[in-house]
Design a protein around this ligand. Sequence first.
Ligand SMILES: Nc1ncnc2c1ncn2[C@@H]1O[C@H](COP(=O)(O)OP(=O)(O)OP(=O)(O)O)[C@@H](O)[C@H]1O
Ligand code: SF4
Ligand SMILES: [Mg+2]
Length: 331
Amino acid sequence: MLLDIRNLTISTETANGKVNVLDKVNLQISEGEIHTLVGESGSGKSLIARAIMGFLSNRWHVQADRLWFEDTDLLNLTPKQRREIIGVDIAMIFQDAKSYLDPNLTIGEQLKQAVLNQDLSGSFWQRRKERQQKVVSLLHRVGIKEHDAILNSYSYELSEGAAQKVMIASAIAHRPKLLIADEPTSTMEPATRQQIYRLLAQFHARYGMSILMISQDLGAIMQQTERLTMIYSGQVMENGSAEQLLRAPQHPYTEALLDTSLYRHAKMQPRSHLPTLAGAEPTLQHLPVGCRLGPRCSYARPACVKTPALQKYRGTQYACHFPLRIEEDES
Ligand SMILES: Nc1ncnc2c1ncn2[C@@H]1O[C@H](COP(=O)(O)OP(=O)(O)OP(=O)(O)O)[C@@H](O)[C@H]1O
Ligand code: SF4
Ligand SMILES: [Mg+2]
């Protein structure tokens, strides 16, 4: 297992006392796997990513039975292990890319630092030229054609979309074992998004890079996604093979997101309105007792005030007292 997260709970103090923003989250990613974490805004996707990278401030209290990358415990890294792993073996493309680029260096200088020495050969001058060529080629690969203007810019001069592309270029230059991509294409046009997905798929195929992709919409996930984890209000609702979850979800939340996503509406006219999931994610101050989907779930019954445990079913896991298709699948 490349990444193994068991019972990750992240809590913080609110006006109403301490709350578990993430509640016993499990997430496992094998070597070479493309895994997509899907959930609406505020469900805790970025918190999980930042917990893996160790980028959470003191206001968050992190606990887990296991938070391991290969054979290293990410909750107890020595400074040496941290330098070796974070940003190198595990790279992340942040949602707010601009604030994670160094404002004191030009984009060209930052990208040159990202090119690995082992990818260069020859004399000092040859390596210098090769480094420059690799930086330009990286920018072309993420869809930036006007490379001179970008290379001489500082991060604050870039649009959010251009900054995200630069972060992607920098992350893939490192050839990490695990790339965490937090909604990397949310500010991009669909055509550019597909181009970025193809590029990440190429890196996955060529270098065996695992990818944890984060998305709000089941209709906009990478085609190559092998496994999905559905998260709602800090609780894992369902996980398993993408094929199985998209074809026959057991969980009402997966079903609802499928209904509201472009995935089931590929043939709709561009201007048609999608149905939406009624209601909104609960606030931290008003988290429901038991299954947090309860107030928005049309299948909810009194038993749902008890938190459902994850149940295994044919290579998938779901957390629901009343799964949608068990009987029909068993018959
Ligand atoms: N800096 C912060 N201060 C206060 N609350 C926060 C902060 N960051 C996250 N939260 C809260 O933690 C919860 C999870 O947030 P998180 O950013 O992980 O959601 P998300 O799934 O990434 O959403 P989005 O898709 O909008 O990025 C939300 O309730 C959010 O309001
Ligand atoms: S446990 Fe109850 S509230 Fe939660 S998803 Fe299942 S049926 Fe709905
Ligand atoms: Mg987020």
